[in-house]
Design a protein. Structure first.
Length: 642
């Protein structure tokens, strides 16, 4: 890579990106002065850290974006890393999917639920909690004091139409908002009290419940007093789940970190009103060489980029972050107020941080035991593939293709992607085959490969590399694997030759009969050892492509068959049909409904609801029924090449 002229690099804060010849972003960084920071990369490679030298050697060019401040550069760097996931940047990920307790505050009648995964707008999150059993027990106890609905939206709307509550109302686990058994004001008060409790403020709630209990007892309303007593005991029992406290009763996050040369484990304990109410675990793949303070800056930016638990006014860290003023400005913008970063040296806060660090050390130990064997085996498998298939480089990105159909109908193709030996499901793609009539495996494979590789060629022809880097498939795979034998390989070779990609994209096929690998230029297949890690990786790819293709084929065929059952009903067009299936969850659920329930759907005319009921409860015609049943039974065997 050529060094840009020194005068062309601005002496200003900003973010910079190193890109390879295919326009793929390899590394994203930020700097207080772009000129000084970028200049440090263009020196004798032996003076650079090994991974940094490797990154510079693989780069084709460097680009940059100028911003107004170092805090803005920090935010821009985080956004670009999140968007492109560069290979040479530190990678942070949850060490497991901890559960959250969520309250759907945007709903007309909010409900609490234990959830995992991606955060959604309009939902207030509390946690995360390391023990899903403990949080479910806590929620069950809290529902005795705050009987909010926990049913799904579909079930709620169903009982709302029927005008009667479900069983949970009759066992005092729900206040029955679907049937008008509770007023909006009282329900909103219960929601507010629940969120106050989950936020750690329990003392005021306990005092209020105790006062209500004593007032009822003084008025000789002993039955009502017993209800308040049970609610108070439930709140205290739920609060007992939290085991650690700070006597100061403040809001603070405590961060502990354990690291070695290549990885790190981070634990974040969320303390609200002096009580530990949640925990977040993060594992860090230290692809770039970072000091402890630089790594802490990256952790703080990532953890609080979109914090479900909020940003407290004080954060305890094991070491102050690099560019601490910029990090404080970034956090203050997220919180809407000042944020203090402190390293505790003594007292209760130091003791709590030591507890957090012990948790980080334990998580790191468990991860290392699992990661060591996994990482080594993947590296050996990729090196073996490069050697056995005579590839120019170890195939860090492999794309595998498979086809699925049933007697030539509902033809689909699948593309799965492995990077660094691991499945990258965000890059998976499905293809509906549209040009093939009947059962023609080779023509279907040719259509799918042509569509994928033509898109690659057109992107490279029409767009500059800087724009292509934003697309997932704007660069070629380092191995293109086909599920099949020599015939599928010839199809792939023909497509590559037609598009001028023969020298750029290595290709192979894996035949299931004897697990033989076919490559261009060899009449005889390659037989990898049965215990070979390279063969195991290829089998993983092939099986995953097969699973992905079959699942899409079944979904497409099922949608077609479902449409056929409800097709031709007067007044039931595509939009109403889709809405009806979505609301009740499919044909099985629709068949379970009574005629009154179907005609009672508020947005569906009663005559149409009656027609749907009659259609679903009319026996299928002889020529239509057996065919549908046969197709359903044999769908899983509709794979090409078996």
């Amino acid at each position: 890579m050529r060094r840009p002229p020194a005068g062309s690099i601005p002496d200003a804060p900003g973010s910079y990106q190193f890109l390879d010849q295919d326009g793929r972003v390899l590394y994203v960084g930020k700097a207080k002065s772009l000129r000084q920071r970028l200049g440090s990369y263009f020196q004798d490679p032996s003076a650079l850290a090994p991974r940094t030298a490797q990154m510079v050697a693989q780069s084709d060019r460097v680009e940059w974006m100028v911003v107004n401040s170092e805090a803005e550069a920090l935010l821009l760097e985080h956004n670009l890393i999140s968007r492109w996931q560069p290979r040479y940047n530190v990678r942070l990920k949850d060490d497991k999917s901890y559960p959250w307790l969520a309250v759907t505050v945007a709903d007309t009648w909010p409900r609490p639920a234990v959830v995992r995964g991606r955060k959604r707008s309009g939902v207030r999150y509390f946690g995360p909690y390391p023990n899903v059993g403990a949080i479910r027990e806590t929620l069950d106890l809290l529902l005795r004091s705050y009987p909010l609905r926990t049913c799904t939206d579909g079930k709620f709307r169903r009982h709302e139409r029927l005008g009667r509550p479900c069983l949970l109302f009759h066992i005092d686990r729900c206040s029955g908002p679907c049937a008008g058994e509770v007023g909006r004001e009282e329900y909103d008060r219960m929601v507010a009290d629940l969120m106050v409790f989950l936020g750690g403020e329990t003392s005021a709630l306990e005092r209020g419940l105790e006062e209500s209990m004593r007032a009822a007892a003084s008025a000789l309303e002993f039955e009502r007093a017993s209800v308040w007593r049970d609610k108070l005991e439930a709140v205290r029992s739920a609060d007992a789940v939290r085991q650690m406290e700070l006597a100061t009763g403040e809001d603070v996050d405590v961060i502990g970190m354990v690291e070695d040369e290549i990885e790190a484990a981070v634990q974040v304990f969320h303390v609200r009103s002096g009580k530990v109410v949640g925990r977040l675990g993060i594992l860090v793949d230290k692809v770039e060489d970072l000091s402890a303070s630089a790594l802490m800056a990256r952790v703080l930016v990532d953890v609080y980029a979109d914090p479900a638990a909020g940003v407290p006014g004080s954060i305890l860290v094991p070491v102050l972050p690099e560019d601490a003023d910029a990090v404080r400005s970034y956090l203050a913008e997220r919180r809407g107020g000042a944020v203090a970063l402190r390293v505790p040296l003594r007292g209760a806060k130091r003791a709590l941080q030591q507890t957090v660090e012990r948790n980080a050390a334990e998580a790191f130990r468990r991860h290392r035991l699992q990661r060591t064997s996994d990482h080594n085996s993947r590296a050996r498998a990729l090196e073996a593939l490069q050697r056995e298939l005579s590839l120019p480089v170890a195939p860090l990105r492999i794309e595998c293709y498979d086809m699925s159909h049933l007697q030539g109908t509902d033809y689909v193709g699948s593309m799965v992607v492995f990077e660094d030996g691991l499945a990258k499901k965000s890059d998976y793609r499905r293809f509906n085959v549209v040009t093939v009539d009947g059962n023609d495996d080779y023509a279907a494979m040719e259509e799918v490969l042509s569509r994928r590789l033509t898109a690659l060629v057109e992107d490279e022809r029409e767009e500059p590399a800087s724009e292509r880097s934003r697309r997932r498939f704007a660069y070629p795979p380092q191995l293109l694997l086909l599920d099949g034998g020599l015939g599928q390989l010839h199809v792939g070779v023909r497509v590559l030759a037609r598009l001028g990609l023969t020298d750029r994209v290595p290709i192979a096929s894996l035949a299931k009969s004897f697990e033989e690998v076919f490559v261009p230029g060899r009449d005889q297949p390659i037989r990898l050892p049965r215990q070979s890690e390279a063969l195991y990786l290829l089998q993983q790819l092939r099986d995953e492509a097969h699973r992905f293709a079959i699942s899409h084929h079944r979904a497409r065929r099922g949608a077609r068959m479902t449409t056929g059952v409800l097709d031709g009903i007067e007044g039931l067009g595509p939009k109403r049909r889709t809405r009806l299936l979505d609301q009740f969850g499919g044909l099985t659920a629709l068949r379970a409904l009574s005629k009154d329930e179907l005609t009672g759907v508020t947005w569906l005319p009663a005559a149409v609801g009656a027609a749907v009921f009659d259609r679903l409860h009319t026996p299928l015609s002889p020529e239509r029924g057996p065919t549908a049943r046969r197709g359903s039974a044999r769908g899983s065997r509709g794979k090409v090449g078996e």
